[in-house]
Design a protein around this ligand. Structure first.
Ligand code: ADP
Ligand code: MG
Length: 700
């Protein structure tokens, strides 16, 4: 990597992006204007305009060294997909010319038969199509011009994560504007949801990684005794960053900046080997694209530094796993952050209206938010006293709580300045926003001017939780608007609505310690669902109420939700199946042979000692322990194999199969791991076939 001086960062930023500035420079004025209209208002591009844009894009890309273009999309695999086509077209004389038409820019037709569709698309109609999303800029990656696109089946059913996200953002826009108008706002014409995702990850040494089949095949360690030192000293969090890691982070920043990604904050996380990167927030749709690219680049650049980036939610047992904090807010194009309490009573009241809408949305649709973070990997974290519990609740802080209490009870409120206010429509206290939230245990915390959703797993796409957050919010805002638009007196109707909402939905608010067991009991008393794992959570996608809502806002159809549920459940079972097979492979080929050999060595030593009249001593005791654990391991392996055979009994029922993996296969895997980890402690390090935790965690 060439060293860059600081002054060149601004030049470097976005240099591989076909952004507004490039378009303004390279497109005729009227064409540029229609592209901007398309970007901001969603008006389709005319084909002659698309031709001009495509040509300018191609020229720009070729100047940057690109030879290919690809529609870049986000199928239900969790990662991005691309199929590259060269710009070349035969010129007839044995030479080629480089071409790229508007048609190729706007629409692609990849063979979709191998992407998950959850039964939506029969193989005989394998074609799907991709459609350009002009709201997200094209960019260059590995000499290819990448065009962010949505992905649909030929019959128009959505097969990706971008389309529903865009639709949910549109729902928020429409509904929130209704409320803004009721508050007399005539300046805002568009409202977007904004997201800043904080991304956690682990780095391990590449050579060490390659010696672990479990890490290579599944991204997490399936075996491994606890090291003498874990994270108990808390000496890693925000600690000085090691040189190799720092070099990696520096290169990552540069590469992200080139793609116009606002990588901002980087630091060491709580666990050894764990780090975090946070970008500056942007529009949800772009944040989702950028987070996908960030994860991809993290993995790629780590390799260049002889490191491997682990995005799995729980790579190491007994050590904190990795999550992703989804910071969510709303911004109107007249410059307001709608979740900022604001300085005037009127702004405060508008803020309280949106806050109450969120409270009600989260209370009524808690299972949806829960399932947005459900995956086999994240099941190891949620509810495990290191990440938020599986119960969805929200934290609003003491200051805001006292405002809601006063509003609910019609009492006066003392502000920080000890001024008394009566909470009414025309005289709301100018409350200070509480930006000091250090409550890290809440699944959804208000942090000054945004909500931070903390359940998400580190490898998850942020699309699903934002689709859900946006749609449930739009749903309640729509109900609010329906009620308020009919009201004779807006002021009194609003006050009544807010008071009623607080009374009916305050049970979702919890400002205490979410890791405490007492909270689970309390949550149960409040009737808040505790969907402990993916298999309890995912089927709730199809609750009638949820389907009705998604259909109402054209985010998903019932079939699309059913297909998504099926894909996610299937995925869950597949992940655990691969883990179990990997475990068996390692146990059979690596752990068992070493254990058997070392047991025999000890037995031979005992025989030899006894032959000359000595006692069996330490060797004899070791042999007994080794034999016990080895036998347990062998038995557990047989049982695990059987559970996998039994899994075949549910060929068509995705829920039943996922339940089998959760309730039968996972415990059988634990039973294999336990004696194996004991054996690791008995057998000399020089003989043990796998690099130990201490090496994985402290060797970078
Ligand atoms: P912390 O670790 O205290 O949560 P960070 O600075 O690591 O704080 O992350 C905060 C994240 O919240 C950043 O990604 C930031 O861009 C994002 N954020 C700030 N304001 C908004 C907003 N209005 N909408 C969405 N995200 C926001
Ligand atoms: Mg955070």
């Amino acid at each position: 990597m060439s060293e860059l001086c600081v002054s060149s960062v601004s030049e470097l930023f976005g240099c591989n992006v076909f952004n507004d500035a490039v378009m303004r420079e390279r497109l005729p004025k009227d064409i540029y204007k229609s592209v901007i209209r398309t970007k901001t208002l969603g008006i389709a591009l005319k084909s002659d305009v698309a031709d001009v844009v495509a040509n300018a894009m191609k020229d720009w890309a070729i100047e940057k060294g690109a030879t290919h273009y690809t529609h870049w999309f986000q199928p239900m695999t969790g990662i991005t997909a691309e199929k590259h086509d060269a710009f070349i077209t035969p010129a007839g004389d044995g030479k080629v010319i480089l071409e790229f038409s508007g048609k190729e820019l706007v629409k692609g037709e990849p063979d979709a038969s191998s992407f998950p569709s959850g039964g939506l698309r029969a193989t005989f109609e394998a074609r799907g199509y991709t459609a350009w999303d002009p709201t997200s800029n094209a960019f260059i990656k590995d000499n290819s011009l990448c065009i962010p696109t949505a992905f649909c089946s030929y019959t128009g059913q959505i097969l990706d994560k971008k389309t529903p996200l865009l639709r949910s953002m549109e729902a928020v826009n429409e509904q929130v504007l209704r409320i803004l108008r009721l508050f007399g706002n005539t300046t805002a014409t568009h409202v977007t949801t904004t997201v800043g995702p904080e991304q956690e990850y682990f780095l391990v040494d590449k050579k060490t990684y390659e010696q672990r089949e479990d890490l290579v095949m599944t991204g997490r360690t399936l075996f491994g005794a606890k090291p003498p030192k874990g994270q108990e000293m808390d000496d890693h969090y925000f600690g000085a960053i090691k040189q190799r890691v720092s070099d990696f982070m520096k290169e990552l920043d540069y590469e992200l900046w080139k793609l116009g990604i606002y990588a901002k904050t980087k630091h060491n996380e709580a666990a050894p080997g764990q780090h975090e990167l946070a970008p500056i927030f942007t529009t949800s749709n772009i944040a989702a694209d950028h987070n996908q690219l960030t994860m991809e680049l993290m993995k790629k650049i780590a390799r260049k530094h002889d490191l491997v980036c682990l995005l799995h939610e729980k790579p190491f047992d007994g050590v904190n796993g990795s999550g992703k904090h989804n910071n969510w807010s709303l911004s109107a194009n007249d410059g307001q952050n709608l979740l900022d309490p604001g300085d005037t009573p009127q702004d405060n009241l508008q803020f309280l209206t949106f806050l109450c809408a969120i409270i009600r949305a989260v209370h009524e649709y808690a299972p949806l938010l829960r399932l947005s973070a459900a995956s086999a990997g994240n099941d190891h974290r949620l509810g495990a006293h290191e990440a938020p519990p599986a119960v969805v609740s929200m934290f609003i802080g003491d200051e805001l709580q006292s405002v809601l209490d006063a509003l609910e009870n019609g009492t006066t409120l003392k502000t920080a300045k000890q001024l008394e206010f009566e909470i009414g429509v025309d005289a709301l206290p100018n409350f200070r926003k509480d930006t000091t939230d250090r409550n890290r245990t809440s699944p959804l915390a208000f942090t000054g001017n945004k909500f931070e959703f903390r359940m998400l797993g580190s490898s998850d796409s942020i699309s699903c939780c934002n689709i859900i957050m946006n749609t449930i919010f739009a749903q309640i805002v729509c109900e609010f608007a329906d009620e308020l638009e009919q009201a004779e007196s807006f002021d009194s109707a609003l006050k009544a609505l807010l008071v009623r909402t607080i009374k009916e939905h305050k049970d979702i608010i919890f400002n205490g310690n979410g890791y405490a067991d007492e909270w689970l009991e309390e949550a149960d008393r409040r009737g808040l669902p505790n969907l402990v794992s993916t298999v309890e959570a995912l089927p709730r996608y199809m609750d009638e109420k949820n389907v009705r809502m998604f259909e109402k806002f054209h985010v998903y159809t019932a079939e699309e939700i059913a297909s998504r549920t099926e894909i996610l459940l299937e995925n869950y079972s597949k992940v655990i199946n691969i883990e179990a097979l990997t475990m068996l492979d390692m146990a059979k080929k690596q752990i068992l042979p070493v254990s058997v050999r070392f047991t025999r060595e000890m037995c031979e030593s005992v025989i030899a000692k006894k032959a000359i009249g000595l006692s069996g001593g330490a060797e004899e005791q070791l042999a007994v322990q080794l034999d016990k654990q080895t036998t347990q391991l062998y038995d557990a392996m047989q049982k695990l194999e059987n559970t996998l055979v039994l899994a075949q009994e549910y060929p068509t029922d995705a829920v039943a199969r996922a339940k089998h993996y959760r309730n039968v296969v996972l415990p059988a895997m634990d039973a294999v791991r336990k004696p194996a980890d004991e054996l690791e402690l008995l057998i000399p390090a020089s003989d043990w076939p796998l690099p130990p935790y201490s090496e994985l965690l402290f060797n970078v």
